[in-house]
Ligand binder design. Structure first.
Ligand code: XIL
Length: 416
């Protein structure tokens, strides 16, 4: 299908022609940190010097680094406008987003952080099957409605997550006879996509379809009930419910150079080729990017080649759940912050030259509510530090790393 051209009359005068996450109006992204407060006067001075340097050099660097992409003009950058992540991300023609869970809905600081730093919002749990259809005949969109009313006025765009998944399913569905599942799935997709038509611009249609060990499709109730054609079927039902929405297959463990990731990529590419052969609609691949820090990994040397393969198959690429799990790092907090930041730097650097990448969504922006504290508590019981802002919403080393990649100036981070 032909993507809709969007002209963005914001202050850069950028024209994006296929990025369906982008804002139709207003600012693209604002992950900016207005006052750049740092923990000490010395580091504040270094930051200011660094920013001054960036302001001078970034436009030159940018023109050298930004390829004319298939989906938009290279952005003209006003000199001296280098202090905001929103500006930097928009130069890469990326949107920046965050997940948001209803548990934080009354936390004004967290709401403010999302409103001022992101322009794409993903409900972290509010659209999961167990939430929206907890018992047969009971439909509950109140969590999602609360998010829409909180963020709907702030020029935020919404991604839907997830339609088909093996997890967070209601008990009644898990015990339903396999023969009833195709019709339940059809109704679920048609309802959720249809009711949000025109309001959700991108959907994770099938979440985590690939096996954990990377070998083929994951054995799930959906595979069991509908066979391997369930992925194509789900995509077709979603397309029928909203002809314009971006349809995404989303999975984890595709980013690194380790053998399981390499195997999983092959399984994904095979799945995509099969879908395309059958004529199933698919617009983009979502890389969850739940990265896991170790002292010397992960590395992303093979990632650019994989992204290029996806582009050559006609697909867009979205990063959908970026965070860096520090469970295995035994160092004190400051060193953990640094290592996590290096992983942000390396990962985003591997993405930066790929024109098919549309945007980055993080699984939260600050460490305050990160899911990782429940999913994988650290053995020392210290809180995890996976995101660019700390529990007090102060920018961390990861934030500086993100800035340096978006600016095309890695020295700004490496020399700190
Ligand atoms: C997680 C949420 O963040 C948690 O609050 C919830 O308890 C479990 O699910 N991959 C996904 C997301 O696709 O839906 C998961 O979200 C994180 C892993």
């Amino acid at each position: 299908m032909t993507p809709t051209p969007w002209t963005l009359p914001h202050h850069f005068g950028v024209k994006l022609v296929t990025n369906r996450w982008a804002q139709p109006f207003g600012k693209l992204i604002d992950l900016s940190w207005p006052g750049w407060p740092r923990r000490s006067a010395g580091s504040l001075l270094l930051w200011r010097l660094g920013l001054g340097l960036l302001a001078t050099c970034a436009p030159l660097l940018l023109s050298a680094l930004s390829p004319a992409s298939a989906y938009g003009a290279v952005v003209a950058v006003a000199p001296g406008s280098c202090t905001s992540l929103s500006e930097m991300a928009s130069r890469r023609q990326w949107c920046w987003g965050t997940s948001f869970d209803v548990q934080a809905i009354n936390d004004a600081e967290t709401v403010q952080l999302a409103k001022t730093r992101a322009t794409v919002l993903v409900p972290e749990n509010a659209l999961k099957w167990e939430v929206v259809n907890p018992s047969p005949g009971t439909y509950d969109l109140s969590d999602y409605a609360a998010l829409e009313s909180l963020f709907g006025q702030s020029a935020m765009r919404f991604r839907g997550h997830p339609l088909v998944w093996h997890d967070q399913l209601p008990a009644w569905l898990k015990s339903a006879p396999a023969s009833s599942l195709p019709e339940f799935l059809r109704q679920h997709i048609s309802w959720l996509v249809g009711i949000h038509r025109g309001r959700i611009s991108s959907w994770d249609v099938v979440n985590e379809p690939l096996a954990h060990d990377g070998k083929g499709l994951r054995p799930t109730l959906w595979l069991n009930a509908l066979g391997p054609g369930y992925v194509a079927q789900a995509l077709r039902w979603a397309r029928a419910a909203d002809p314009d929405v971006q349809l995404v297959i989303n999975d984890y463990g595709l980013e690194g150079d380790d053998p399981v990731s390499l195997l999983k990529r092959q399984s994904l590419l095979q799945l995509v080729r099969n879908l395309q052969r059958e004529g199933a609609p698919l617009d983009a691949i979502g890389l969850q990017a739940h990265l896991r820090a170790s002292r010397d990994g992960p590395s992303f040397k093979t990632l650019p080649g994989f992204l290029a393969e996806l582009r050559q198959l006609g697909l867009r690429i979205v990063v959908t759940e970026l965070d860096v799990n520090d469970h295995d790092l035994l160092d004190p907090p400051a060193l953990r912050d640094r290592r996590v930041a290096e992983i942000y730097r390396d990962f985003l650097t591997a993405l930066a030259a790929e024109p098919a990448v549309e945007g980055i969504v993080q699984w939260g922006l600050s460490d305050r509510y990160t899911w990782l504290n429940h999913f994988e508590p650290r053995v020392d019981q210290a809180p995890q530090q996976p995101l660019p802002f700390d529990q007090e919403h102060q920018p961390k080393a990861a934030f500086a790393a993100i800035c340096s990649v978006l600016n095309g100036d890695l020295d700004a981070f490496d020399q700190k």
